[in-house]
Design a protein around this ligand. Structure first.
Ligand SMILES: Nc1ncnc2c1ncn2[C@@H]1O[C@H](COP(=O)(O)OP(=O)(O)OP(=O)(O)O)[C@@H](O)[C@H]1O
Length: 203
């Protein structure tokens, strides 16, 4: 959390259930996550990890239970959410502006995700790994207290993974909160893991 964020972030889920279409995808979700926490969300394909992150981001409604999210949220998932025709630099500054970040936040995120040399390249020309790094740079430059990272290491080379780890650690040390959905354990220390079984319940 930076000085610009007045309140400590938290996420509380109490017996949350989420339907998608006519199907119950998640049920019985409980979570109490606070500033400085790194929560690893894990489970088999289709168990509901992305659904959980998208719900906390406010993109999906809960069906029952109680969900409280305090703090600005930034989500990185398979949807890049950067305008394909803008250059990387402009696209990031556009979003940072909306998300409470500054041009300086953008420059440091571009540097951290090794994108400075691609600043003037249209987003649509980026490779898979470069797109992933650009999506993560959007989160890093957002000034959000809560980072929701869906499979953030997929497609990243080892240098970029190490940069991301450092950025997460700095975010946590500054009072941020991170939920990270991944099949592999993160290489940095987690606070707790949230294991979902194949029927979308906490295992
Ligand atoms: N729009 C939708 N309508 C109905 N069902 C959906 C919709 N989107 C996802 N689902 C279903 O919700 C379930 C959970 O999907 P989700 O993407 O959250 O899983 P996941 O754990 O992130 O999977 P993976 O590890 O493969 O990324 C899946 O069974 C999926 O088919």
């Amino acid at each position: 959390m930076t000085a610009r964020q007045a309140y400590a972030p938290f996420i509380r889920l109490e017996n949350v259930a989420i339907n998608r279409g006519n199907r119950r995808v998640l049920s019985g979700m409980m979570l109490d996550a606070n500033a400085g926490d790194l929560i690893w969300v894990r489970g088999a394909n289709g168990c509901g990890k992305s659904t959980l992150l998208r719900t906390i981001a406010g993109l999906l409604d809960i069906t029952s239970g109680r969900a409280e999210v305090e703090g600005r949220v930034a989500l990185s998932d398979e949807n890049l959410a950067l305008e394909p025709n803008m250059t990387v630099g402009h696209a990031l500054k556009f979003w940072a502006d909306l998300d409470g970040g500054t041009p300086a936040d953008c420059d440091s995120a571009l540097s951290e995700m090794d994108l400075l040399s691609l600043c003037d390249v249209p987003v649509r020309y980026l490779s898979t790994g470069q797109k992933k790094r650009a999506g993560l740079a959007r989160v890093l430059s957002s000034n959000a207290a809560i980072w929701l990272l869906d499979e953030p290491y997929n497609g990243l080379d080892s240098a970029s993974s190490a940069h991301l780890d450092r950025a997460i650690l700095r975010h946590l040390a500054a009072g941020g909160l991170t939920l990270l959905a991944a099949h592999q354990s993160p290489s940095i220390n987690i606070t707790q893991s949230l294991l979902l079984d194949s029927s979308g319940q906490m295992a």
